[in-house]
Write a protein that binds this ligand. Structure first.
Ligand code: HPA
Ligand code: ZN
Length: 339
């Protein structure tokens, strides 16, 4: 079996995915027309041509502007469903997806419009594609912790009945250390939310350490720059901390010059529990399977590595133990057949 078919056949979870980052140019144009929103592009080609980034902030500027076409609950529903259909075709059985409520409430779109639309999409995706999901709300780290708290309060009804399962931290990493959000993450932990944070994408290894020690996260999103601190790597490996790595995102945002230089293999060899994810697939040129195949080819990964990555994605998920066991058993069956 070729690499791509083998990877597709392995049950996988995607754990680092921003729903707003799945907004394909075709949908952007359609929603702009439907909602009568002016966009500075006339064609899919013009939009794709604008997706040239050299660093995270270049991308974020376009990403926050692109969101502007998302206005009604049905827009969020459609966006979510389109992603689930796409990732189910890649062999994903479970996803834990991010959304950025502050990117919408700042434009006057109510929190409930966004959350209800996404949740309707997730429910329909489960029915149609059999894919399970958890929803994680992220706060924007370029804003203040108080603004994060205000959003958190709006989310409380959804947290109370577990429609929102986790809290994350994203946006501009440089000069926005995790420690600024310590009180918010403590409150979220108290309320039973699972915690994740982007760290070590552009920011230093110390941000990864702070996310672990001060925010007490359950997972690190990206984490690449942890490699600069060998003692930290040992600590992350020892406690089995999951790192949600995004190869094509790293390539497009200048984290690596080419995929042959991507640190994923070094991370695996260091004993880190690494997973592969797409981050913002509409902007970075590939969904889950594209990321898996591109990095596996560039680094010469073997079948055993692919199995490890699939297992890590299930083990690093927030699924309950019986669901994890079901998926892990089915990965092992496929691995045994191939082996
Ligand atoms: N990093 C930080 N913030 C983000 C990203 C990312 O990769 N994608 C969407 N928001
Ligand atoms: Zn991300």
């Amino acid at each position: 079996m070729d690499l791509s078919s083998y990877f597709r056949a392995l049950p996988k979870a995607e754990l680092h995915l921003h729903l707003e980052g799945t907004l394909e140019p075709e949908l952007m144009i359609r929603l702009a027309a439907r909602n009568k929103v002016e966009i500075p592009f006339r064609s899919v080609e013009e939009i794709r041509a604008a997706y040239r980034f050299t660093r995270l902030q270049d991308f974020l500027d376009i990403y926050y502007r692109g969101m502007d076409v998302l206005r009604a609950e049905e827009d969020f529903h459609e966006l979510t469903l389109a992603y689930l259909e796409r990732v189910a075709a890649d062999g994903a059985v479970h996803v834990e997806v991010f959304f950025d409520p502050q990117g919408h409430t700042a434009r006057g779109i109510p929190f409930t419009t966004v959350a209800d639309g996404i949740l309707a999409g997730l429910a329909e995706g489960h029915e149609r594609f059999g894919i399970t999901s958890l929803l994680i709300m992220c706060v924007l780290r370029h804003l203040t912790e108080d603004e994060g708290f205000a959003t958190y309060r709006e989310a409380e009804p959804y947290i109370a009945d577990e429609r929102i399962a986790g809290l994350g931290l994203d946006s501009t990493e440089k000069d926005n250390p995790p420690a600024r959000f310590e009180r918010l993450f403590a409150a979220a932990r108290e309320a039973g939310l699972r915690l994740v944070a982007h760290a070590g994408e552009e920011g230093p290894a110390s941000y990864v350490a702070d996310a672990v020690d001060r925010l007490r996260v359950d997972r690190i999103d990206h984490g690449n720059r942890a490699l600069e601190d060998p003692a930290l790597v040992r600590r992350l490996a020892q406690r089995g901390m999951t790192l949600t790595v995004c190869p094509l995102s790293n390539l497009r945002l200048g984290g690596v010059a080419n995929l042959k230089q991507h640190p994923l293999k070094r991370m695996l060899d260091a004993g880190l529990k690494v997973t592969v994810n797409s981050d913002d697939p509409a902007y970075f040129g590939g969904y889950l399977l594209d990321n898996c195949v591109a990095v596996a080819e560039a680094l010469g990964l073997e079948a055993a590595d692919l199995v490890t990555l699939a297992r890590n994605s299930i083990e690093g998920s927030f699924l309950d133990a019986p669901a994890r066991k079901t998926h892990l058993d089915s990965i092992d069956r496929i691995a045994a057949m191939e082996g």
